[in-house]
Design a protein around this ligand. Structure first.
Ligand SMILES: Cc1cc2nc3c(=O)[nH]c(=O)nc-3n(C[C@H](O)[C@H](O)[C@H](O)COP(=O)(O)OP(=O)(O)OC[C@H]3O[C@@H](n4cnc5c(N)ncnc54)[C@H](O)[C@@H]3O)c2cc1C
Length: 403
């Protein structure tokens, strides 16, 4: 068994192969120098100096030898020969496989404007990226965050919490693509209340400076002084080169509900793969932690013969300042948004419904609502919006267990 990509998905998959009793050879190949680690603290505790990177590893170093998982770090799979069942590694060596899992995740989308070669511009995906940003933050520079997605919002919050002057810009309202315009505006106002200069409806036209970045020219003509720029304008799936057969790719690698790609004995999971959700009835590609680890484990089981479909209730979280933001479900569309408590109170939930049917719940500092919503989403039954909005109603009591 070869697992390509030693991130969260790949790491959990390799572990699960052993936990499921597989006794044959397992090789985990990763191009980063570190053994598998968790990325969420990179934009939060690590940037703020609250935790050290050594705390983020999935497993201790000896674990892999103990489990007979061969770790090939600093090694890239350059090509997969699907006919010969071989993976060609950087450095020239070749590995044969019976089954191979592609867990290559995503890579950052690069901004293409003049001046991006200047020093002081950063992207955030890896531990090394985070270490470099954390060192730059030590001088408390003026920070410009380009892109108000999850990474951008978390970096802005961390930099503000350290006392930096922070400007965050985006062509759209923060997170509106996921949570909608109304709640996106709430996110923007939360950042403004913490002192971030949030500018919506603008992009960057160019960066200026001599060697280091000094200002950013926005596309509305304004100039923003900045000593540190963090760009978070999305990610793209890392699709490895496959020869000898055609890998079906449409916004990520297309897999079925058992993590199988279009090619025999090739599986894919995590950020890089999209799969048909048997309950939501559409193809999803999720770029979040909970899914990455669950899909990795599921893929390992499928490589060993599991036949049940992968059907989780999607979930993610984001921590910004003292707000614990959580989202459960999946709502690309909705025709009713029901609020439980007011966003101004700082602790509220929002329920996304389509024709009366619950699709997702977004909650801020409301763990109980998320846990009730998760259970409600399993049945996908229709729910009276008035009951969802009424704080005196216990959400757990709305659950109608299937007969
Ligand atoms: C800064 C940051 C903060 C985050 N915070 C949260 C959060 O708060 N909540 C949440 O739900 N999610 C969060 N996420 C998202 C979550 O971390 C990802 O969904 C998860 O890491 C995806 O795991 P993955 O293993 O599928 O992909 P990745 O983490 O991208 O790992 C893939 C690995 O494969 C390697 N690789 C790629 N190509 C090759 C190749 N050809 N050969 C060998 N190796 C290869 C890559 O180098 C990488 O190490 C965050 C992500 C980041 C970057």
């Amino acid at each position: 068994m070869i697992v390509v990509g030693a991130g969260l998905t790949g790491g959990r998959a390799a572990e699960a192969l052993r936990q499921q009793g597989y006794a044959g050879r397992v090789v985990l190949v990763g191009e980063e120098p570190e053994r598998p680690y968790e990325r969420p603290p990179l934009s939060k505790e690590l940037l703020r100096g609250e935790k050290r990177s050594s705390e983020f590893f999935l497993r201790s170093e000896p674990y892999y030898a103990e489990q007979r998982i061969e770790l090939r770090l600093n090694t890239r799979v350059e090509r997969i020969d699907a006919q010969a069942h071989r993976a060609l590694l950087s450095g020239g060596s070749v590995l044969s496989y019976d089954r191979l899992l592609i867990a290559t995740g995503c890579t950052v989308r690069r901004l293409r404007v003049p001046g991006t070669e200047l020093r002081g511009l950063h992207y955030l995906r890896t531990l090394r990226d985070a270490d470099a940003i954390a060192s730059a933050l030590a001088a408390r520079p003026n920070v410009l965050v380009v892109g108000a997605g999850f990474i951008g919002c978390e970096v802005a919050a961390s930099a503000r919490m350290l006392g930096c002057h922070v400007t965050m810009i985006d062509v759209a309202t923060p997170l509106a693509a996921v949570i909608g315009e109304r709640l996106g505006q709430w996110i923007a106002s939360m950042h403004r209340a913490h002192g971030v200069d949030v500018r919506v409806g603008v992009g960057v036209a160019a960066f200026h400076g001599t060697e280091r970045v000094e200002t950013a020219l926005l596309d509305n003509g304004e100039e923003v002084p900045c000593g540190l720029v963090v760009i978070g304008v999305g990610v793209m799936p890392n699709i490895p080169a496959v020869e000898g057969a055609t890998l079906d790719v449409q916004d990520g690698i297309v897999v079925d509900e058992r993590c199988r790609t279009s090619i025999a004995d090739l599986y894919a999971a995590g950020d890089v793969a999209s799969w048909p959700h048997p309950v939501w009835g559409e193809r999803l590609r999720v770029e979040h932690f909970d899914h990455a680890q669950n899909h990795g484990v599921w893929a390992a089981k499928c490589m060993l013969g599991e036949t049940k479909p992968y059907a989780p209730v999607p979930f993610f979280w984001s921590d910004q300042y003292d707000r614990s933001i959580q989202y459960v479900g999946y709502a690309p569309r909705w025709n009713d948004l029901v609020l439980r408590a007011s966003p101004e109170s700082g602790s509220f939930s929002a329920f996304y419904l389509m024709d009366g049917r619950l699709q997702a719940c977004f909650a801020v500092n409301r763990f109980k609502d998320i846990s009730a919503a998760r259970r409600l989403l399993r049945t996908r039954s229709t729910i009276d919006p008035e009951l969802l909005a009424d704080e005196s109603v216990d959400l757990k009591k709305l659950l109608v267990e299937p007969a």
